[in-house]
Design a protein around this ligand. Structure first.
Ligand code: ZN
Length: 278
């Protein structure tokens, strides 16, 4: 809770992956005084109880925990890892992932993961795994997600990781999805970061089922990137891209923006709770 508002962090990665790509590993480690300190941090927070304690300390009510299978770019945190991390903790919301080059039958798999394994959403990484979000190969997945009311979070915009290809991160491709799947909840992580803030804003203006997750963006810059933030406050969700960030500082910075308390309430938690059906 922050000032009486529920807080949902819509964008959290596991501290410890099964495999980290070398450059991604170095990038995460550089925020720590030593490699040992970084490893100790990962070991602490691979324990969900420790992570819950951190959420309490930072004032976070719910965290969306993201699987990631991006062997070319960042590394691998499997669906099984996310499932076991979130198991028995209703404040940890598990999102599974698919890599279209590795996973056939994504629609069927999604049904199984959601109905048998408790997943509440999907994260996809077009720029890390080199596919366009509107590629027809993904349509069975979208169709199933729409049927099950499962939201899909997409990485959009830039990334510092080697081998990511930014062309796949243009928000314009969600225009197709929003039209073809009018009841699918589509969330654009990072709001087209870098070249495409305007495109992202255009998507949320045009389509009732598209949202922006502000993870990885400095909260104090949000009005610069999205001048219509107040008017479209019902289309933004708070997220941090933890671990490399102080979640509480981001909440405080967001709270200082010159927008209405109602807008802050929506962005911090209300919209996310609605999207997640909580
Ligand atoms: Zn992320």
């Amino acid at each position: 809770m922050f000032n009486g508002n529920k807080v949902v962090d819509f964008h959290v990665h596991l501290a410890k992956y099964e495999v980290f790509c070398d450059r991604a590993h170095k990038w995460f480690a550089q925020a720590f005084p030593s490699l040992d300190a970084y490893e100790a941090f990962c070991d602490t927070y691979k324990d969900p109880d420790e992570f819950i304690r951190l959420m309490d300390e930072k004032g976070v009510d719910y965290s969306v925990i993201l699987a990631e299978i991006a062997p070319l770019t960042t590394g691998i945190a499997t669906n099984e890892m996310v499932e076991s991390f979130c198991h028995g903790n209703p404040r940890l919301i598990p999102f599974c992932t698919f890599n279209p080059y590795l996973h056939p039958d994504m629609g069927e798999s999604l049904k199984n993961l959601c109905t048998q394994h408790g997943f509440k959403g999907v994260k996809l990484y077009p720029t890390y795994n080199h596919f366009y979000p509107n590629d027809p190969v993904l349509y069975p997945l979208y169709s199933e997600a729409e049927k099950l009311s499962i939201p899909i979070l997409f990485h959009t915009g830039s990334s510092i990781f080697e081998n990511s290809r930014i062309k796949y991160g243009n928000p314009i491709f969600f225009d197709d999805l929003a039209i073809d799947f009018p009841n699918l909840k589509i969330i654009m992580a990072h709001g087209g970061r870098g070249p495409w803030y305007d495109e992202a804003l255009t998507m949320i203006r045009l389509h009732k089922n598209i949202y922006i997750d502000v993870a990885g963006l400095p909260p104090q810059k949000l009005l610069e990137y999205f001048p219509d933030l107040e008017r479209f406050a019902h289309k933004f969700v708070f997220g941090t891209d933890w671990p490399n960030v102080d979640v509480k500082k981001n909440i405080e910075k967001l709270n200082k923006l010159p927008v209405s308390p109602e807008a802050i309430k929506k962005i911090l938690g209300e919209n996310a709770l609605e999207i997640l059906g909580l």
